[in-house]
Design a protein around this ligand. Structure first.
Ligand code: HQG
Length: 181
């Protein structure tokens, strides 16, 4: 039995978002890997020597954030990737407005340059302000929330993609679609 789901979630995110090769894994175009391969790789560590599929299912179920998707015999991260090969996503019509929570120290640069993916493959946006505040709090105790005119950006040809229920992904968002909320 795994007692620390948070630690397991972090390690699985690391493997599936950033370093699959460290675990002998290769992501397919949509980021999937056979879950048995992930389990076998993790089992090499003492603390995960008894890891089961049920532990992973329980971890996903217990998590407040929907970071991972387990379907049949495959698992993938839903967002956050930094691997070299860009995960293929289907572009879909976004809601009229999306939000981005960030630190005040980045504000000026973002308002000049727009939102860029930095170390990840896509820009990450939030469906609602509350999620954006929580994302921003990782970097600033009193984060700034930006309002993205997603539907206009979409009409102008910027692609948006679904991460999970609350997280959207996008290609670079030019500054003209971004305002303080
Ligand atoms: C900033 C976590 C200066 C951007 C979260 C952000 C999310 C710029 C940082 C998910 C910039 C990148 C993603 C520009 C963007 N100039 N700074 N032009 N453009 N930035 O972590 O959106 O818990 O890669 O504002 O909750 O913060 O891991 O992206 O501060 O859902 O599942 O560059 O990761 O989810 O940071 O977070 P990140 P993010 P998990």
């Amino acid at each position: 039995m795994i007692s620390d789901y948070s630690e397991l979630s972090k390690e699985i995110s690391y493997a599936l978002r950033h370093a699959p090769q460290e675990y002998g894994l290769t992501l397919d175009e949509q980021g999937w890997v056979p879950v048995e391969d992930l389990i076998d790789a993790l089992k090499k560590q003492e603390k995960y020597s008894d890891l089961t599929l049920q532990d992973i299912a329980n971890m996903i179920q217990a998590s407040e954030k929907k970071r991972h998707q387990l379907i049949d015999d495959r698992i993938r991260a839903l967002y956050g990737h930094s691997t070299e090969e860009k995960i293929k996503k289907n572009a879909i019509h976004p809601p009229d407005v999306l939000y981005h929570g960030t630190a005040h120290k980045f504000l000026q640069e973002i308002l000049q340059q727009g939102l860029i993916p930095k170390d990840r493959q896509y820009v990450h946006l939030s469906q609602d302000k509350e999620t954006a505040i929580n994302v921003g709090k990782r970097r600033d105790t009193n984060p700034v929330v930006l309002r993205i005119d997603a539907v206009t950006a979409w009409k102008d040809g910027i692609n948006f993609y679904r991460g999970n229920d609350t997280i959207w992904l996008a290609d670079d968002i030019p500054a003209k679609y971004i305002n303080l909320s």
